[in-house]
Design a protein around this ligand. Structure first.
Ligand code: BG6
Ligand code: GLC
Length: 886
């Protein structure tokens, strides 16, 4: 049955959390906007004001940042004139503000800024921690003009009237969350609280995204369950006894707070009384006594019930209590009364356990954990000093939620002290947020920044295209001698090499009537070779080709070869490409300034491989454009966002200064990765970018690429994380030796971290691998860092692309350009939101261009084969190179 109750509680909780069903929910799951528990670093002076039934309590708390071990507390209680509770709202708040003034005058407090936390134990609709409308008064309060108003504002104006301008109301809270906060110790956060006093309620740290009534979407938020009303819709009717029905009927709010009436101390004595009455009527108890006294409400106090269940003194206490009522109990009567009290208190404890188990299982599930280890603060007169309630609560919770390990912690002075903690945490978070924002600000680019980048890219493109200005341009705008996109008539069988991305591949591509057929194999090139001698690199490539040919029975044939070589090359024709510089971590010696076709052929000779006929060298951007162009003739741009980043597009021949001829178009390999190498982007670079750049083998080069591409994004994030650790904003400032290792934070982590939805499970797992124990808040921050870095990358990429499409539109004199971009690269393909951000920003920056993105599915191998096919048709060359400028 308890399992069933737990299940119903879970259902009721879900109903309260969901926006759709919240209005009808009994368990209201109110958001509190408290998004963190104390971490012990909280520091400073705080003021707490608590509105109680008949008094106002003011408290001054000094936190020393020592794990909240020894807070200094002073307080004062002001009793409230009786008429205030039903008078004007203004009078109530003026009274509270006067209490604050008197209190502060009494302790001659310094006049520095003083944050105030207000404990207001009525049901409120929060929209921020410091903004909450009173839904309705209760507990005898009915001041006019307060319901529906923002309580924080009312208190703040009253305080201002007292000229206490330095007092700032920063948090308003219900009494339940205080318990949770008090039980939080440094390093051991308490994330659930249970209050079982005259009323009952609970709260817990929920995943913010599930609290649909609040706008927060990341991290956690404390939810006040308001579970006292559980069962008001009849869900508990099958467990209610006739005694519970009597208690409810005689209460001031029949039909309401059904769960509360089963567990809270206000009602347990009453339940016992009704059981005794029924048994006496059946003559099973108190034979010979006048039992009329049992008809009087509240004659049995909870304190008596608790003492009766005490094993040693219990029987004697039962006798004392019953005799005090004028009854003449027998030994057997006393024994039975003790059993009844035990049954009633045990039931209360087991029902609380069912509720608690529901909360714990919910937490465990929503954090996608196998096991939840959690501290539960308990504030209850049933618990304090009486072990039985606690024992049952603990053991039954364990049975009902075996996947959770809950440690129950008793709370002392929950509300007041807890309120100070809430306030302190709010201040800590605000201060941390400010610092985090400062760290991340340079990475957050405005629209104006991006427009400037776009304009600069456009300028650099013009410089790069100009025959004379090319030498000063950071964007080289290299002619490719590819003058058209495929028309579908390309035929033949080709060998293709694909070098320069994540993988080195050898492919066999057959262009046939019925489509394109491919076979390919990935070969590993160790860093010792990519950074060794050029001879070793090209020898290795030939060995891979030979292996591939052997495996595919191609040793007897001389197939034309297309070479996707994804590095900047000055092409002197389709089959002649002089390497201008290595990028992306390659540095094989003796290659820069050489024709890579020649280098390949020399290696072939060294390896006595005689059947190599290189017909075309293409950049990966060009290969990608061509292979996507086969699907969509509108594809006139190629984009790579992978290990590196680059773009190519179809430019008007008349604009291409380096090649003779005015007719038609030629594909230009922009080599935009080097954009900014001449200093034009210096004000965009952050300290993190400079640190990343310094540690590369081509410092000062490929600066745009280093802001965007997969080879560097993880490094940028790593440096930001290190800065946050140093400022003690992350991992509580604990040293993280592994995070100092270059390359340890891979770009694929960004994709995983940003994909992970609710639970941030991935983040924690990844960080755990780096030997970092991340709290949930740490995980949220790490995710924010990743998001910031990847968003900037996508937006910068959009700015570059905007310059390209706008230039194409102007070139063609069009009001509106419709164009397709063929895209490839791991970052673009694997990252959950890169493409979306890129496209969104591009629409914004180039509103007159309709740009479609077509993902290349089979790498640029197909494209290289297509270019090779055209070359074999003898259609080449399309233009004559001018001599490259010196
Ligand atoms: C591959 C292409 O699909 O993508 C390569 O075949 C290209 O030519 C690569 O260089 C780019 O992406 P990455 O992520 O591998 O660098
Ligand atoms: C680097 C190379 C470039 C290539 C790009 C994407 O920027 O210099 O040629 O297209 O990476 O792989």
């Amino acid at each position: 049955m308890l399992q069933v109750v737990k299940g119903r509680m879970l259902q009721a909780m879900h109903k309260g959390l969901s926006r759709q069903t919240h209005a009808q929910a009994n368990v209201r799951m109110l958001p509190t906007y408290i998004c963190s528990t104390p971490d012990g670093t909280e520091k400073g002076d705080l003021l707490v004001v608590e509105l109680c039934q008949s008094h106002v309590r003011t408290m001054w708390v000094t936190l020393l940042g020592d794990g909240n071990q020894s807070p200094q507390v002073m307080y004062k209680i002001f009793s409230m004139p009786g008429d205030i509770m039903q008078g004007k709202g203004e009078a109530l708040f003026d009274f509270i503000a006067q209490c604050v003034r008197q209190f502060l005058a009494g302790i001659s407090s310094p006049q520095h800024h003083l944050p105030l936390g207000f404990v207001f134990p009525f049901s409120c609709r929060h929209t921020r921690l410091d903004k909450a409308e009173l839904i309705s008064w209760s507990k005898g309060f009915s001041c006019s003009d307060v319901e529906g108003k923002d309580i924080v504002q009312l208190l703040q104006s009253a305080i201002n009237k007292q000229e206490l301008y330095h007092v700032d109301v920063v948090a308003l809270m219900n009494d339940t969350v205080g318990t949770m906060m008090t039980c939080s110790m440094a390093g051991k956060p308490c994330e659930v609280a249970l209050v079982v006093g005259t009323g009952t309620n609970s709260c817990f740290m929920a995943m913010a995204q599930q609290v649909e009534m609040a706008e927060e979407t990341s991290g956690q938020m404390c939810v006040s369950t308001e579970w006292g009303c559980f069962g008001d819709d009849g869900t508990l009717s099958d467990i209610l006894t006739p005694y519970d029905q009597c208690v409810d009927e005689e209460s001031s709010n029949p039909g309401e707070k059904r769960f509360e009436k089963l567990v809270s101390s206000l009602y347990l004595g009453e339940i016992v009384r009704h059981v005794l009455t029924a048994l006496a009527a059946e003559k099973a108890l108190f034979i010979g006594s006048n039992v009329a006294v049992l008809r009087t409400k509240d004659v049995l106090k909870i304190q008596q019930v608790l003492e009766i269940i005490d094993n040693e003194e219990g029987m004697a206490e039962a006798r004392r209590a019953l005799e005090a009522l004028g009854l003449r109990p027998s030994e057997r009567d006393c024994c039975r009364v003790q059993q009844i009290c035990q049954a009633v208190v045990s039931r209360a404890a087991t029902l609380c356990a069912a509720g608690l188990a529901a909360i714990l299982s919910h937490m465990c599930q929503s954090q996608e954990l196998k096991q939840l280890v959690v501290n539960v603060g308990v504030d209850s007169e049933l618990y304090r000093g009486h072990t039985r309630f606690g024992e049952i609560l603990q053991s039954v919770t364990g049975l009902l939620a075996p996947e959770c390990m809950a440690t129950l912690l008793p709370s002392i002075d929950g509300t007041g002290w807890g309120a100070a903690m809430v306030t302190a945490v709010a201040l800590r978070l605000a201060a941390q947020r400010h610092e985090v924002d400062q760290v991340l600000a340079p990475l957050r680019l405005s629209r104006a920044d991006l427009q400037r980048v776009q304009a600069l890219m456009r300028q650099e493109m013009e410089l790069g295209l100009g025959w004379e200005s090319n030498a000063n341009a950071s964007v080289r705008m290299l002619p490719t001698y590819v003058c058209g996109t495929p028309n579908g008539t390309e035929r033949g069988e080709f060998l293709v090499l694909d070098l320069g991305g994540t993988n080195f591949r050898v492919l066999l591509v057959r262009l046939a009537e019925d489509g394109i057929h491919m076979a390919s194999k990935i070969y590993v090139i160790p860093t010792t070779i990519t950074q060794g001698s050029g001879e070793a690199l090209f020898d290795h490539i030939i060995e891979c080709i030979m292996d591939f040919q052997l495996k595919h029975n191609l040793t007897e044939q001389v197939l034309p070869l297309g070479f996707t070589f994804s590095f900047p090359c000055q092409q002197l024709g389709l089959d002649k490409a002089v390497l201008l510089s290595w990028t992306k971590g390659f540095s094989a010696s003796g290659c820069v300034g050489q024709d890579v076709v020649q280098l390949l052929q020399e290696a072939a000779q060294r390896k006595q491989h005689l059947g190599l006929k290189v017909v075309a060298v293409v950049n990966d951007t060009v290969g990608t454009m061509m292979s996507c162009g086969y699907e969509d003739p509108k594809c006139e741009i190629g984009l790579i966002v992978g290990t590196g980043t680059n773009a190519c597009y179809m430019e008007e021949m008349q604009n291409v200064g380096a090649v003779e001829g005015e007719q038609g178009r030629m594909c230009i390999n922009m080599e935009w990765g080097a954009f900014g190498d001449n200093g034009c982007l210096d004000d965009i670079f952050t300290d993190f970018d400079r640190l990343v750049d310094e540690k590369t083998i081509n410092a000062g080069k490929q600066r745009f690429e280093k802001l965007i591409s997969g080879m560097y994004l993880g490094e940028i994030v790593r440096h930001i994380l290190l800065a946050l650790v140093e400022k003690r904003l992350l991992f509580r400032g604990k040293p993280c030796p592994k995070l100092h290792i270059k390359g340890i934070f891979q770009t694929k982590f960004l994709s995983a971290i940003e994909t992970d939805g609710l639970a941030l499970r991935q983040v924690r797992a990844i960080l755990q691998d780096l030997e970092l124990q991340a709290s949930l808040e740490d995980s949220v921050l790490v995710r924010e860092v990743c998001q910031t870095a990847s968003l900037r990358a996508a937006q910068l990429c959009a700015a570059g692309l905007a310059a390209v499409v706008e230039k194409m539109r102007k070139n063609r004199g069009l009001a509106q350009l419709a164009v397709t971009v063929g895209v490839d690269g791991t970052l673009y393909k694997m990252h959950p939101c890169f493409s979306q951000h890129l496209q969104q920003m591009l629409r914004d920056l180039a509103p007159n261009c309709t740009v479609t993105f077509l993902q290349s599915e089979d790498g640029s191998g197909k494209g290289a084969a297509l270019v090779a096919a055209v070359a074999c048709r003898g259609a080449e060359p399309w233009g004559q190179p001018l001599l490259p400028p010196q």
